[in-house]
Design a protein around this ligand. Structure first.
Ligand code: NDP
Length: 435
């Protein structure tokens, strides 16, 4: 703790895992004897580097770039790149730590890492984004590779940025190789990668509800975010009959009591992905809806809540309000969106709660499938990838059930996800010796 006392997000993520793992370790002494947990919380490597680039005004801007290579016990480091002004070592270490566990759950051979920069893409021209990506890759390229470390997108890094990063890598290395995932479908990308995190979240929710003899039909769903994860979670939820009431961005949220249907969602997708506009524009297009500036959507009564924006976006008071108003299922689309206080409320109320490392693993799983396709130099159909994604989400759900089932039959998905992933990684570390 002392070594990382200046890294609150990282400590929060480790604490949550440690609470599940420590009782397990005390019953399985080999992990304690070999000091596995302490080894897991120290990144194998943390790289920090200068990214200097020239903006449209001709000024030289300096940002900080990072790559956290957290754990490679079960495969090459794998995890996204985040471009956001809030990025720092603590946030990336928390994300990399979570990623290690998430990747272990996917059933695929993927280690864990995360990276990014404090660069703010908002308001930047296309040329500025490209020059930044090229400058970023001019250092990152020496630390990554298809068998070493395979980055992907995250907040602020979508298809456009992956394209510029990939182009820069290819130019420097003179190599067309699967070094990044989230590529375009005609140049090595997997079909379904854009959809996969959001669809996976909803498939996971379906699995949770099914165990209780329920489904999504007619359920009131409150969702935050309007980026990649939220858009496709909404698309799949609408297809399966849920009534999606809200979406948000960092400016506020919109509430549409008639439900966001496919046409309205297409409007949001164009607004966010093409026009790069604000969610508030929704109410100009659909005046019956309401916009709540500077607020989050958790006060809206619902059956199911999907936080899909960012970390610590749902606090204890908001969790209480959700539960009091009848919410019985919370499935995390973002990474660590619920604060520890919020999780405590959900667990105390014994409602269904899925941590992001289990429920949003569909994205990285499909990235793993993209790596397989790149190695095979083949491209699978959308149906094939979707079928594998469904299977993987069901397998992750089953792992959570196997390790998280309590005496009363209730499933502790946090405990289940943490222990299932821990055992897989720890056993690989034990087998590979002290390295
Ligand atoms: P995007 O950048 O596509 O979208 C992020 C969304 O969250 C935007 O609507 C954004 O609003 C909002 N947001 C970001 N920061 C804040 C904030 N501080 N307060 C309120 N709203 C905020 O990112 P993704 O959809 O890809 O990622 C969302 C979450 O899901 C992240 O936690 C990410 O780590 C996680 N995740 C993503 C995966 C993927 O495949 N994309 C895979 C697994 C997890 P605005 O536009 O105003 O910034």
């Amino acid at each position: 703790k002392a070594r990382n006392s200046h890294e609150p997000e990282f400590l929060q993520a480790v604490q949550e895992v440690a609470e599940s793992i420590i009782p397990y370790i005390s019953e399985h002494k080999i992990y304690k004897e070999k000091n596995i947990l302490l080894r897991m919380v120290e990144p194998e490597r943390l790289i920090s580097f200068r990214v200097s680039w020239v903006n449209d005004a001709g000024e030289i801007i300096v940002n900080r770039g990072y790559r956290v290579q957290m754990n490679s016990a079960i495969g090459p480091y794998k995890g996204g790149l985040r471009f956001h002004p809030s990025v720092n070592a603590s946030i990336l270490k928390f994300l990399a730590f979570e990623q290690v566990f998430k990747n272990a759950l996917t059933t695929l051979p993927l280690g864990g890492g995360k990276g990014g920069s404090d660069f703010n893409p908002k308001g930047k021209s296309d040329g500025e984004i490209m020059r930044f990506c090229q400058a970023f890759m001019s250092e990152l390229y020496r630390h990554i590779g298809p068998n070493t470390d395979v980055p992907a997108g995250d907040i602020g890094v979508g298809g456009r940025e992956i394209g510029y990063l990939f182009g820069a890598y290819k130019k420097i290395k003179n190599e067309f190789t699967g070094v990044l995932t989230g590529k375009g479908a005609t140049w090595g990308g997997s079909l379904m990668r854009p959809e996969s995190t959001g669809y996976g979240v909803v498939y996971f929710a379906q699995n949770m509800l099914k165990l209780k003899g329920k489904d999504l039909q007619g359920k009131r769903m409150v969702m935050s975010g309007s980026g990649n994860v939220a858009q496709f979670a909404a698309e799949k939820a609408i297809e399966l009959g849920a009534k999606v009431l809200t979406m948000s961005d960092s400016g506020g949220y919109i509430l549409d009591e008639d439900g966001i249907n496919t046409e309205k969602l297409n409007f949001i997708m164009t607004l966010k992905n093409v026009k790069r506009g604000r969610i508030s524009a929704y109410v100009e297009q659909y005046p019956k809806a309401k916009y709540f500036e500077g607020e989050r959507p958790w006060s809206v009564p619902c059956d199911i809540a999907l936080p899909c924006a960012t970390q610590n976006e749902l606090n204890g008071d908001e969790a209480k309000q959700l539960v009091e108003q009848g919410c019985t299922c919370v499935v995390e689309g973002a990474n660590m969106p619920s604060t520890p206080e919020a999780i405590h409320v959900f667990q105390h109320a014994q409602i269904l709660f899925a941590p992001g490392k289990a429920s949003n693993a569909g994205g990285v799983a499909t990235s793993g499938l993209e790596m397989s396709q790149n190695s095979l130099r083949l491209s699978w159909t959308k149906e094939e990838v979707d079928a594998r994604l469904k299977e993987i989400m069901a397998a992750i759900h089953q792992s959570c059930v196997s390790y998280g089932e309590g005496e009363n039959g209730a499933i502790d998905y946090i405990k289940g996800a943490n222990i299932a992933a821990f055992v897989k990684i720890a056993d690989a570390m034990l087998a590979q010796g002290v390295v």
